[in-house]
Write a protein of this length. Structure first.
Length: 708
């Protein structure tokens, strides 16, 4: 579903209404994260990441579908409300603020102009109450002024029946303004309330693609759905990368920790194990040691220095604070020994059947800071889910959190943080300095990578993470593993619904002229480079590739080519960097069928770089990638006069056949080849070396044009 939704949402609006918003299914979870992240919030996170707009009611479904076909998406949440009655304007404002929108702050220039054309007792702000005697000319002048204001993203025009006003004339004046090309980038909605002549005015709006609603609240709700849709579409352009091998932490020590727990029939790691695991990924954890006796605890405390904290260590006691299993600020050995006995006694009373393994000892952290929770759980449908929010012991009480799906980059992390109330605190307030947000973003990105690398993690709680303006430290952590997955072979990213940018397919290659190009998967940000490449195509190259002459490509087409789903397509570009300028010289693309066992391959090299062996290399390299991911059959459709492409595919082992429609179809069976190439390291050896160009001209044919 996610793959298909992300694919279509790039070019067509996808609107969804989902019932079952409130669920009790998360009650039995072992962690704070598990209890907070019920089914519905995960669906919300998935819809956002897929570029889908979610609405609440069936009526909203039709309103949204209508407005998306009529008006441009708003660039921001800043709405100006123009009304001829104060009450509806206030009601629209309430609806806007309640749903997270903002009243546009009109510029000084706009305010001065409105003061000059409106009666002295107008509202002098937003909502712009132009009073009950407003006629068409006043509506028109105010609308033009607001549309000219750079602070305004959208306009809602409200009309209530008044004795002197003529709704049809007002509607015509609004339509006249909207036809001005300079205003067509801003969202305009109307709410004309009433019957009779108002109905005629609404017909005029509908005939001119201006949405109109029976109440201001409906209009505001639809505007904010549009804004949310725009924000969700922006997420489609974010393509988090895998960590490069040289930057990735060692995985074996982490597997050893989890395997040891699984061998002991444990799913819950103890606190020391959980922190050690996180430490391997460079998370700043407070040093923690395990003590089975009060003597061991005293020795550890002497080593790390007082004051210290003692916490109960028991697989059956998940939430230590509830059991009275945490004692803070212990300043001497005598206090420590007393605290040890106290904690053990409380734990036995809390759960007489609990296995008490001892306590953990850690230094007392007294620094001021913000308490944050970063967590994860594995959803049976969407895989790993990340939670961010206000931490501490009140995490389930305040329920201030947001949810996202890995992989995450820093832009996606910032969006995740912005959806919480605690984010406003993190930016600083009164005399409290802001938190180190850049560090926090890096930690969450690292956390996302941990979940990508280890599908064996079932639930993770980092709570609290204490962060101030300088640094951060993890005070407590809880990790639950999936014992069954510990001993299973799991393919990379198999557990993710969104594949990360496959950085492992980046490799260098040297062309015949000695220049080195980077072969890599295409990225969303390649759109300008793709357009520049397209403009270097000759008409013949365009005809060979697209089977027709295309003069230019609109943004929507370029997005479809550059912003791909790595589960559904393989697209490798050749990038050349000279004098600090990057260029894409050619691209090969495989569009996979739904079963991912077969796909159509198409390739093109821009005319200035044909004859350098690049087309052959791109096709060869992409075939190897297809074999690695399990593609069994490739086919290419070519025009019969595209001799270079036909020769290239023939050389690559394609079986060629002329079709009834006049094209040539080449088919390559990779199944047998793939079975022979399963030996470990064979693919990496072939793709990671810096290849040398052929020495003799006849060794590789110059076959760098196109196949369908």
């Amino acid at each position: 579903f996610m793959s298909a939704a992300r694919h279509f949402a790039r070019t067509k609006p996808v609107i969804v209404v989902k019932a079952g918003k409130y669920t009790e299914s998360a009650k039995a979870a072992a962690s704070h994260t598990g209890s907070l992240t019920g089914e519905d919030v995960i669906y919300d996170a998935a819809f956002k990441r897929a570029g889908i707009v979610r609405v609440e009611e069936i009526a909203d479904l039709f309103n949204c579908a209508e407005v998306l076909g009529m008006q441009p998406l708003p660039k921001g949440p800043n709405l100006v409300i123009i009304t001829n009655a104060g009450g509806p304007g206030v009601m629209a404002t309430d609806a806007l603020i309640a749903r997270g929108g903002k009243l546009a702050k009109l510029s000084q220039k706009t305010m001065e102009y409105l003061n000059s054309i409106l009666p002295p007792y107008w509202s002098r702000g937003n909502p712009v109450d132009i009073l009950g005697d407003a006629k068409a000319d006043r509506y028109k002048a105010v609308l033009e002024a607001c549309l000219n204001d750079e602070n305004v993203d959208g306009v809602l025009i409200i009309y209530t029946a008044q004795a002197v006003a003529e709704p049809v004339e007002i509607a015509k004046s609004i339509v006249e303004v909207c036809k001005n090309r300079g205003y067509q980038s801003k969202t305009i909605l109307t709410s004309f309330m009433g019957t009779g002549a108002v109905e005629e005015a609404n017909k005029i709006f509908n005939q001119n693609s201006i949405p109109t609603y029976s109440t201001p609240e409906q209009a505001v709700k639809t505007y904010l759905y549009m804004y949310q849709y725009k924000r969700n579409l922006e997420l489609l352009y974010e393509t988090p990368e895998e960590l490069p091998v040289d930057a990735a932490p060692p995985k074996r020590p982490i597997m050893v920790i989890m395997r040891n727990a699984a061998m002991e029939n444990r799913e819950l790691l103890n606190e020391a194990e959980a922190k050690k695991l996180l430490e391997y990924y460079d998370f700043p954890v407070v040093k923690t040691a395990v003590a089975k006796t009060s003597d061991e605890a005293a020795a550890i405390a002497m080593q790390i220095g007082y004051p210290v904290v003692l916490k109960i260590l028991s697989p059956q006691i998940v939430h230590k604070t509830e059991a009275g299993g945490v004692i803070l600020d212990i300043n001497s050995e005598a206090e420590l020994r007393e605290a040890f006995e106290c904690i053990i006694g409380r734990a036995k009373k809390y759960n007489p059947n609990a296995e008490i393994l001892g306590v953990t000892v850690q230094p007392m952290i007294k620094k001021r800071g913000y308490e944050i929770i970063i967590g994860a759980k594995t959803d049976p449908l969407f895989g790993p889910v990340i939670l961010f929010g206000m931490g501490g012991i009140g995490v389930e009480l305040f329920k201030d959190f947001s949810v996202g799906l890995p992989p995450l980059n820093q832009t996606l992390v910032r969006r995740l943080m912005e959806e919480t109330k605690v984010y406003q605190l993190l930016k600083g307030y009164r005399n409290v300095p802001p938190a180190n947000l850049k560090l926090l973003e890096e930690l969450i990105v690292r956390f996302s990578q941990l979940l990508i690398d280890f599908p064996q993690l079932k639930e993770v709680d980092i709570n609290p993470l204490l962060i101030d303006e300088n640094d951060a430290v993890i005070i407590d952590a809880r990790i639950v593993i999936d014992r069954e997955k510990i001993f299973q072979k799991i393919e990379p990213h198999q557990h993710l619904v969104i594949s990360p940018y496959p950085k492992k397919y980046e490799t260098l290659w040297r062309m015949r002229d000695g220049r080195t190009v980077l072969l890599r998967p295409i990225k969303p940000e390649d759109e300008p480079l793709w357009l520049e490449m397209f403009r270097n195509f000759s008409e013949e190259s365009i005809r060979f590739r697209f089977f027709q002459i295309i003069k230019d490509t609109p943004h929507e087409v370029r997005v479809r080519y550059c912003n791909i789903d790595y589960d559904r397509e393989i697209a490798i570009v050749a990038e050349l960097t000279e004098n600090g300028q990057r260029k894409i010289l050619g691209v090969v693309r495989v569009s996979l069928e739904p079963d991912r066992k077969s796909g159509e391959i198409a390739f093109i090299v821009a005319d200035p770089w044909q004859g350098l062996g690049l087309g052959t290399k791109l096709v060869d390299y992409t075939i190897e990638i297809c074999k690695e991911v399990g593609v069994e059959t490739l086919y290419a459709i070519m025009l019969p006069d595209n001799h270079r492409a036909i020769n290239l595919t023939k050389k690559m082992g394609f079986t060629l056949k002329y079709q009834e429609d006049g094209t040539v179809k080449g088919v390559l069976n990779l199944k047998e080849e793939s079975m022979q190439c399963q030996e470990t390291g064979k693919f990496q050896e072939k793709t990671q070396n810096l290849a040398q160009p052929p020495q003799q001209k006849g060794q590789i044919e110059e076959a760098e044009t196109v196949s369908g």
